[in-house]
Write a protein that binds this ligand. Structure first.
Ligand code: AKG
Ligand code: FE2
Length: 258
């Protein structure tokens, strides 16, 4: 499929300078940008059947972590928000398992799409150099979730392939910590995790592209409560060339190194 047939360019003219400026302004203001109907019907159909076909290859992992995705701080108790354990479980299909003719590969590599991302993120972007990490298809089945966390990366790019019928909500609250200034934002982080501070919700339907700045925004995917699973592609880029995902992360999420 040629790239011009993958993206709904009538609705999202990602080549246009003014459209790019508009998207950048929204992302900078809100820390998140949901572009509904980013995919054409044709490429969404293709991607939905492809990801259902690949489901049997998914590696499912269950993981406990804290919101800061760091080793526990021994000076603090287990109940302290810095150490408090969150649960994540999901399945993952890796880049090397995605067919060469898949529209998500074409999109990921398309120079226009990359320059659109670079323009709105104000950064150069590069793929991972290991063969597993650049494009991942993630599956959240009934009861599965992603626990509260802050991202290590400064931005995330995702494509919603199949939204669940119930649960599996993307919940977040922005500017809760300041990573750059080493402010860990313990009090507000704890308030959100314990449900004392109301978080926001990002609605995303099948075919939506989502850009999210998750380094200082606490976020999670709540447990899926329908039998229809949540299927979401992450399009992973780095701001520097030549980066591999760490061996620990590859073993955790993919169950192998290559
Ligand atoms: O599944 C999502 O929508 C977000 C995933 C996420 O937050 C992450 O991979 O860090
Ligand atoms: Fe995240």
């Amino acid at each position: 499929m040629i790239p011009e047939k993958i993206v709904n360019l009538q609705k999202h003219p990602i080549e246009e300078i003014n459209y790019r400026k508009n998207c950048k302004a929204k992302l900078d203001l809100k820390g998140a940008l949901v572009m509904e109907n980013f995919l054409t019907d044709e490429s969404l159909d293709h991607l939905q059947s492809e990801s259902r076909d690949l489901h049997h290859l998914a590696y499912f992992c269950h993981q406990n972590h804290n919101a800061y995705l760091l080793e526990p701080e021994p000076e603090l108790s287990y109940e302290h928000i810095r150490n408090l354990e969150q649960t994540s479980d999901k399945g993952c299909v890796t880049h090397d398992q995605i067919p060469l003719n898949s529209p998500i590969r074409t999109l990921y590599e398309w120079s226009v799409f990359q320059s659109f991302l670079e323009a709105i993120l104000s950064n150069k972007i590069f793929p991972y150099t290991d063969n597993l990490s650049s494009i991942n298809i993630n599956y959240f089945e009934h009861g599965q979730q992603l626990g509260w966390h802050y991202d290590n990366a400064s931005f995330a790019v995702t494509l919603m392939v199949q939204a669940p019928d119930h649960g599996g909500e993307f919940q977040y609250l922005e500017h809760l910590r300041n990573f750059e200034k080493s402010d860990q934002g313990f009090a507000k982080t704890e308030d959100v995790v314990k449900g004392r501070l109301q978080c926001k919700k990002l609605n995303m339907n099948d075919g939506a592209l989502v850009l999210f700045k998750g380094r200082n925004s606490l976020h999670r995917v709540s447990p899926v409560t329908s039998n229809k699973s949540r299927i979401l592609v992450t399009l992973n880029y780095n701001t520097e060339p030549g980066i591999m995902l760490s061996e620990l992360a590859r073993m955790t999420f993919f169950g192998r190194l290559e």
